[in-house]
Design a protein around this ligand. Structure first.
Ligand SMILES: C[S@@+](CC[C@H](N)C(=O)[O-])C[C@H]1O[C@@H](n2cnc3c(N)ncnc32)[C@H](O)[C@@H]1O
Length: 193
């Protein structure tokens, strides 16, 4: 497994991405194609910026990415706006003030892990629920939501809630995500307003 991690780390370095996590988004995008030219994207948990760089390339000059993180980010592409904030303290109206609505909400947010599986799962669910709340508040009809989550007891309930608001819901486990990790991604498309 270490070999695979090293492979993605080196690949990211070579291709100019600050983190190997870019391949998790890239793999899902290449299979499901939910990002495209001209879209407006809200990206939660953006630091150090590999998803930001990749999605900014895909949406192009006519699109826009609004990236949010606790950590400061610099050196961003021209079509990216950055908000340094704790997502639990961000009012949807603040984001609406930057862009009135979004086509895609991405979340790669992860809690600081404690090593206690249940506690880490609950912190991850809280982040995913917050991302989901913002997606429901801010997405255009037909929009997409792609969100990281550490699987555990409350995972099925989260999927159930996603199915109320989206036509298509799929759990994605990218090859670049360690197979022994509880990390998974939930892809939701066809937002029903
Ligand atoms: C796995 S990293 C994201 C990597 C990023 N997608 C990339 O490709 O470069 C997770 C990020 O979530 C952010 N995060 C965690 N909790 C957050 C919160 N409450 N509000 C905003 N960002 C948060 C962390 O600061 C961290 O930068």
């Amino acid at each position: 497994m270490k070999k695979i991690q090293d492979f993605y780390f080196k690949k990211a370095k070579k291709e100019g991405f600050p983190a190997r996590s870019v391949y998790k988004l890239k793999e899902a995008q290449e299979r499901y194609g939910f990002l495209s030219q001209g879209q407006r994207v809200l990206e939660l948990g953006a630091y150090p910026g590999s998803w930001t760089k990749y999605s900014a390339q895909l949406v192009g000059g006519k699109g826009r990415v609004v990236a949010v993180d606790l950590e400061a980010m610099g050196n961003l592409p021209g079509n990216v706006s950055f908000l340094r904030a704790d997502i639990f303290e961000v009012d949807p109206l603040t984001l609406k003030g930057i862009l009135s609505a979004f086509d895609v909400v991405l979340s790669d947010m992860a809690p600081k892990t404690s090593g206690v599986k249940e506690a880490d799962h609950l912190r991850s669910i809280a982040l995913a629920e917050r991302a989901f709340y913002l997606a429901v508040e801010l997405l255009n009809a037909g929009g997409s939501f792609f969100c990281k989550i550490f699987q555990g007891r409350d995972f099925p309930g989260f999927i159930k809630r996603c199915k109320i608001h989206f036509r298509f819901v799929k759990v994605v486990k990218p090859k670049s995500s360690r197979s022994e990790s509880v990390e998974a991604f939930v892809l939701c498309t066809g937002f029903r307003q």
